[in-house]
Design a binder for this molecule. Structure first.
Ligand SMILES: *Cc1c(COP(=O)(O)O)cnc(C)c1O
Length: 377
């Protein structure tokens, strides 16, 4: 398959970029002894899991279907976590997970009998401190429901669980701030941790960011795990998949209303939702910081404010031209929806040897089926 033949919109996952991130992950594991489980809620395009598997230890999940997918398509260790399990959920995943992490003491009490003897049992604790750019994504925000607050812990619980999970970072590129959080956890919860086999420190540690001091992180993790005699885990999502994937779109129209807008055959609301939710403009590969032709890169959805970004180009854009929206894998491909009945992007992987392989494509029937299977009668 040749890249220039492909119909937009599509995602192109680049194997070489993925391996670059995975090599850093491997280095971190070797230096620190930490185990790494991929957070499927960030990225679950299982068609490329054969590339990722050799580097990581397994998967972690946020809901029952992710547990099943991790078990089926990734293997290794399957961690099951959910903010709210139903009894059916617990029964469904009990036999396929290696670790079950409950979000509250009440869920632990209610369902532990369904897990005992089958999987290692854990509890999420809320350290009350965090690193997150936006309140919406801050696990330590006021009234947070994520994990047990320190003041509410019933200490006897640590005699009957195997591990705990803390997740308190979001895109943390600053190793020193992570080490601070680690120190705070060691101080506040250390006596409890000494009784456990494992501690997961969650995701959001951006150790693949350019310039990130991986050695410093590794030393801090190793010191912590030796001090408390626990196997440490991290649950990276974005760090594994960052800067690996373009969303490729075509300019279908150019309109002008004080500013020029290039309308492309995709929409943030349907295909790149976090651009909208977190108000974080996308970057376009073809743009140049100081070009003299400025455009809004506008979506083809009907939502008035739906745009990818404002970008400058060296040459005027032309209808029919392809644009590459950079870094479009994490929290993106898992959130695709059919808003406006837009064409769903296909998914491709460019292998190291240059081959392009198709992983998925969608049609009108997929859209129709997502709405109803049949009509009332
Ligand atoms: C979201 C989440 C992750 C993954 O976070 P990234 O920022 O993608 O690394 C890991 N663990 C838990 C519990 C999460 O909620």
């Amino acid at each position: 398959m040749k890249k220039f033949d492909l119909k937009t919109p599509y995602f192109m996952i680049d194997e070489a970029s993925l391996i670059r991130n995975l090599e850093i992950a491997k280095h971190l594991k070797e230096l620190s002894g930490v185990k790494l489980v991929l957070a499927l809620k960030c990225f679950s395009t299982w068609g490329v899991f054969d590339i990722i598997k050799p580097y990581l230890d397994g998967t972690t999940s946020s809901g029952p279907y992710e547990v099943k997918l991790g078990h089926e398509t990734f293997g290794g260790e399957t961690h099951a976590y959910s903010v709210g399990y139903s009894e059916d959920d617990v029964k469904e995943v009990a036999d396929i997970c290696d670790k079950m992490i409950f979000n509250s003491q009440s869920q632990l009490m209610a369902y532990r009998h369904l897990i005992e003897g089958k999987a290692s049992i854990g509890l999420r604790l809320n350290p009350g401190v965090s690193y997150a750019g936006q309140d919406l994504a801050n696990p330590a925000r006021k009234f947070s429901r994520l994990g047990v607050q320190a003041d509410n812990i019933d200490e006897s619980v640590f005699d009957s669980i195997d591990g705990v999970m803390f997740h308190m970072n979001c895109e943390n590129k600053d190793v020193d701030s992570f080490v601070h959080l680690l120190d705070a956890i060691s101080e506040r919860f250390g006596a409890y941790l000494d009784k456990l086999d494992w501690v997961s420190l969650g995701g959001g540690v951006f150790f693949t960011w350019p310039g990130y001091d991986v050695e410093k992180l590794a030393i801090a993790l190793k010191t912590f795990s030796e001090k408390h005699c626990v196997q440490l885990y991290l649950e990276p999502g974005e760090a594994i998949i960052t800067k690996t994937t373009d969303l490729v779109v075509t300019v279908v129209d150019i309109v002008e209303n004080e500013m020029r807008t290039a309308i492309v055959d995709s929409a943030t609301e349907a295909h790149r939702l976090d651009t909208l939710i977190y108000n974080e403009p996308a970057s376009v590969f073809e743009a140049s910081g100081n070009g003299e032709y400025e455009y809004v890169i506008g979506s083809c959805s009907c939502l008035a404010g739906d745009q990818f970004c404002v970008a400058k180009f060296d040459k005027p854009l032309e209808i029919g031209q392809k644009l590459h929206i950079l870094d479009s894998a994490g929290y993106t491909m898992v959130k695709l929806n059919w808003f406006n009945g837009l064409k769903m992007p296909s998914v491709y992987c460019q292998r190291k040897n240059g081959d392009v392989q198709k992983l998925n494509e969608f049609g009108y029937q997929d859209f129709k089926r997502s709405l109803s299977l049949w009509s009332v009668h």
